[in-house]
Design a protein around this ligand. Structure first.
Ligand code: NAP
Length: 490
């Protein structure tokens, strides 16, 4: 259903306050923080800026609500998620426009994210009623073992700006399904999607105190005391590896359980027997989804030397055909980057690669004007010492490195601290399976540039994270085991 609201009306309709114990409140200091439109650099609106005291109150509300929520029948929790799923889909156009305004992605991609985000609620509404335990005998036959599953308790959920709606539903969905209460801290660049989502959950019947939302410009000050409190039983974080490490250290102090969805440095490997059309389309998806601002973005394109030139010019032709502009325009393929710092970082990475011998096949420049635009870029003959191969580019830049040998490229692909996802393009089934087994990653896209789906366990190995979101295991992250020993006499 198309939106009936203008951008201004839409923004005016979103709550701007903190959600604590079912009430929208301005916060202890009544300070606000600005939300910008990255396509213009102008301020969209001001929202509440939580202080330490607000964080404390949010935690108290989550703690208070926990026991009652855990006792709520699973069917009721499931129905709330199902209703929220339907409301989200019925408001696709509003939520997509809101996301585009605060984050910059083109409307078509924002609509895709709304569907993806909603799907987590549908998936976990189906999982909520399937939580079970176990009953068995000890091997000597004397004792019985009863295994119960219970919610871990109040959770802290921290999300990044790049997928403002889906990163929230990927955590809130399983937490509701498992019976956990929550404090959600969205990224300050893109809080409006989370605030709109919280309002939808209220409409869907989520009881007061189950979900609190605190937006803040001082995440370190507000979050650290919560993790130390002993009341938070679980942190589910999505963001950079750098911040993830800091939070893991804080969680260690109070032995808080964690799920960590961190950064990536995905290899995208194309063998000479691959379907080249498929590989180029796969590269467009894996590189350009979300303007390259995705943890799953293809960060290192390793292409066999026999086809590297052809792959390079074909990819460059596709990249040149993309229209760059404000995400709100219907014909835009590539929106702005999130901020000027991000654009400066990408310019520096491209300059570094070129100074080490890379050739620019297309792009390679920041686009002047308001907003933080960067041209879709393909670099070839990128030297392995280039900085962009060792860090997340997080932008529309595809660096191509030619390779000769399968064993060599597996070693090179694995020579990184990250291990989120890898992409492999080949028609040789033996090689495909060898690569799937040998790549040090949590996910593989085999002849596809897209792995994300709520029905699969999403997550990485090495410094890309701990735990999984989605799939059958997604709810496990929010459940504890309790075992009861029962001796049986006679
Ligand atoms: P980020 O800088 O790590 O921030 C993530 C979240 O953590 C934000 O809400 C941020 O708030 C908050 N934060 C920062 N410092 C904190 C602290 N000391 N205590 C508590 N919270 C703190 O990441 P980002 O730039 O938003 O997102 C991009 C990163 O996320 C990339 O590395 C990307 O790969 C990763 N990512 C991973 C996945 C995955 O599933 N593996 C998915 C999406 C994104 P502030 O903004 O106020 O600092």
């Amino acid at each position: 259903m198309p939106t009936t609201l203008s951008a201004d009306e839409l923004i005016a309709s979103v709550p701007k306050h903190l959600l604590i114990g079912g009430r929208w409140v301005a916060g202890a200091t009544r300070r606000t923080l600005a939300v910008d439109d990255p396509a213009t650099g102008t301020v969209l609106c001001e929202i509440a800026d939580a202080d330490v005291e607000d964080g404390r109150q949010a935690l108290d509300a989550a703690f208070e609500a926990q026991d009652g929520w855990a006792d709520t029948p699973a069917r009721e929790r499931s129905d709330i998620l199902r209703r929220a799923y339907e409301i989200i889909l019925s408001r696709t156009e509003d939520l997509a426009l809101l996301m585009t305004l605060e984050m910059g992605k083109p409307l078509a991609e924002a609509r895709g994210e709304v569907a993806y985000a909603a799907e987590f609620f549908r998936w976990f509404s189906e999982e909520a009623v399937r939580v079970d335990g176990g009953f068995s005998r000890t091997p000597d036959g004397r004792n019985r073992i009863l295994v119960m599953r219970q919610p871990v308790g109040p959770c802290l959920l921290i999300t990044p700006w790049n997928f403002p709606l889906a990163m929230g539903t990927r955590k809130i969905g399983p937490a509701i399904a498992a019976g956990c209460t929550m404090v959600l801290k969205p990224a300050p660049q893109t809080p409006l999607s989370s605030l709109a989502l919280a309002r939808i959950l209220q409409e869907a019947g989520l009881p007061d105190g189950v979900l609190q939302v605190i937006t803040t410009s001082r995440p370190g000050d507000v979050v650290a005391p919560l993790l130390r409190s002993g009341q938070i039983r679980k942190l589910s974080f999505t963001g950079s590896t750098q911040v993830g490490r800091v939070l893991l250290a804080q969680c260690a102090e109070a032995v808080v359980r964690t799920s960590m969805e961190l950064g990536g440095n995905a290899p995208f490997i194309v063998f000479p027997d691959a379907d080249l059309d498929l590989a180029v389309e796969g590269a467009m998806t894996a590189k350009m989804r979300n303007m390259g601002e995705a943890c799953t973005a293809a960060n290192r394109l390793f292409v066999h030397r026999r086809i590297a030139d052809e792959f390079g010019w074909r990819l460059a032709a596709r990249m040149r055909s993309l229209r760059v502009g404000a995400g709100t325009a219907d014909d835009t393929d590539v929106g702005p980057l999130i901020d000027e710092a991000s654009r400066r970082k990408i310019s520096a990475l491209v300059n570094d690669a070129v100074s080490r011998g890379a050739r620019v096949l297309t792009g390679g420049t920041a686009i002047e004007g308001p907003g933080y635009f960067y041209s879709p870029t393909v670099l070839t003959e990128v030297d392995l010492s280039s900085e962009m191969l060792k860090t997340e580019i997080f932008g529309p830049v595809a660096p191509i490195v030619a390779f000769d040998d399968e064993a060599e490229i597996v070693r090179t692909a694995n020579a990184t601290d990250w291990g989120l996802v890898g992409y492999v393009f080949t028609r040789d089934i033996d090689r495909a399976l060898r690569l799937c087994e040998r790549l040090d990653v949590g996910m593989v896209g085999l002849n596809t540039g897209l792995v994300s789906t709520p029905a699969a366990p999403f997550g990485g190995v090495k410094q890309s994270g701990l735990g999984r979101e989605g799939g059958r295991v997604g709810i496990e992250e929010f459940l504890e085991y309790k075992y009861v020993a029962i001796p049986v006499r006679g």
